[in-house]
Design a protein around this ligand. Structure first.
Ligand code: ATR
Length: 270
């Protein structure tokens, strides 16, 4: 029987997930189909139940449903609970319930380890900009480095709350005005804010650190990355995190660690 999978969200038309997953399904000759399905806000549960009846057994979940997906599921992984959101649902046949997971966290780590290996990461200081939903998965995955982590947010209190909630207060925190003062030659700077999605640009200091990684990609990241490059930073966009989270979901469903580089190429050449 053909395995049916989908990404659920609203809007969903521009999602790259079908391209990523369908590519891997072809690569490994799997009998499966992956689609993008629009589910309006407020209709998540009925939408999933309907799709379950049609035989769907796995979902990626994106805005605006990530929180609802966690609440709705019969079971959830510790990381999804800690992050407070789920992006992967897997139907557990034996128990007839959905398992919620959050693969944004391992996806981010995969992306970062592709740029900086874990041994080198141990010597770096890390500054995360933003303290919203997207920051939670990033900060959760940086837990092993919490004593060299600084969280900066426009609203400083939210950064302090995030540090307490996710890394027992071990990460330093403050407002964005501390950015220049927090960076040294061993710093990795990670932007999780939604500023670029609203056409805003964060002021960045001249490069002193090693890497500016923006978890956004495409138009939402282009101007910020161009600014960082001009200021001398080595830059990377968040497409690798998107592919990383997809890879972790794919492995959950099929038990295959898929080819990340091929998916990156397919996304960049679309
Ligand atoms: P997401 O799920 O994308 O993280 P969110 O939960 O609304 O969205 O969080 C958006 C983050 O981007 C917040 O950290 C927000 O800062 P505040 O907590 O002060 O609101 C940050 N952000 C959004 N627009 C910004 C801007 N123009 N400058 C700086 N930070 C911005």
């Amino acid at each position: 029987m053909t395995r049916r999978l989908a990404v659920l969200g609203d809007p969903i038309d521009h999602s790259l997930s079908p391209r990523i997953h369908s590519g891997w399904i072809d690569d490994y000759s799997l009998n499966a189909r992956y689609e993008a399905i629009r589910i309006e806000d407020g209709t998540f549960q009925s939408g999933v139940n309907e799709l379950c009846i049609k035989g769907f057994t796995g979902f990626n979940v994106t805005l605006p449903h990530k929180h609802r997906a966690l609440e709705f599921s019969g079971k959830s992984t510790p990381r999804a609970q800690a992050i407070g959101a789920a992006n992967t649902l897997t139907y557990l046949n034996d128990e007839s319930i959905w398992l919620a997971d959050n693969t944004d966290a391992p996806g981010f780590m995969m992306a970062l380890n592709n740029i900086i290996d874990s041994a080198a990461l141990k010597t770096k200081t890390i500054v995360v900009l933003g303290a919203g939903g997207a920051a939670r998965a990033v900060v959760y995955s940086l837990k092993p480095y919490a004593d060299r982590l600084t969280l900066l947010n426009r609203t400083a209190e939210k950064a302090a709350d995030l540090s307490h909630e996710l890394v027992s207060g071990k990460a330093a925190s403050g407002g964005l005005e501390y950015l220049a003062a927090c960076i040294d030659s061993e710093t990795i700077l990670i932007n999780t804010t939604s500023a670029g999605h609203n056409g805003a640009l964060l002021p960045l200091p001249n490069r002193v650190g090693t890497l500016f990684y923006d978890i956004s990609y495409g138009a939402a990241a282009d101007r910020q990355l161009a600014m960082a490059t001009e200021l001398g930073w080595r830059t990377a966009d968040g497409l690798s995190m998107l592919v990383g989270q997809a890879a972790a979901s794919f492995e959950t469903w099929f038990g295959i660690a898929p080819d990340i580089d091929r998916a990156m190429l397919r996304c960049r050449n679309k």
